[in-house]
Design a protein around this ligand. Structure first.
Ligand SMILES: [Zn+2]
Length: 99
């Protein structure tokens, strides 16, 4: 199973390393089904910052990274509408925590 560091490495590659997320494999199940969506909050405070959700749409594992600047042109979604249950893109995935 992929560690939290493995997931963070994918995040870093996808947002700052010039690597296409679609070309990267899930550290857990090895499928190329990784998704990255930025969640922002309707507080008018920092529209270019929020939480990154990175997950695998195949095994539904992943991480969230808080207080990040939005980089890499990934989709942004308002927090209240971010979950699939609310019509958003983010499923209820299992978060890999640091060891
Ligand atoms: Zn997976």
């Amino acid at each position: 199973m992929g560690s939290h560091d493995d997931w963070l490495g994918i995040y870093d590659s996808a947002v700052g390393g010039g690597v296409d997320l679609a070309a990267l494999s899930c550290p857990n199940c090895a499928h190329r089904a990784l998704k990255l969506v930025y969640v922002y909050y309707d507080d008018g405070y920092a529209p270019d910052r929020g939480t990154a959700a990175l997950w695998c749409d195949s095994c539904l594992m992943g991480i969230t990274v808080g207080r990040v600047r939005f980089l890499g042109g990934y989709p942004r979604v308002l927090s209240e509408k971010s979950r699939r249950a609310d019509g958003g893109p983010i499923p209820n995935f299992e978060i890999v925590i640091p060891e």
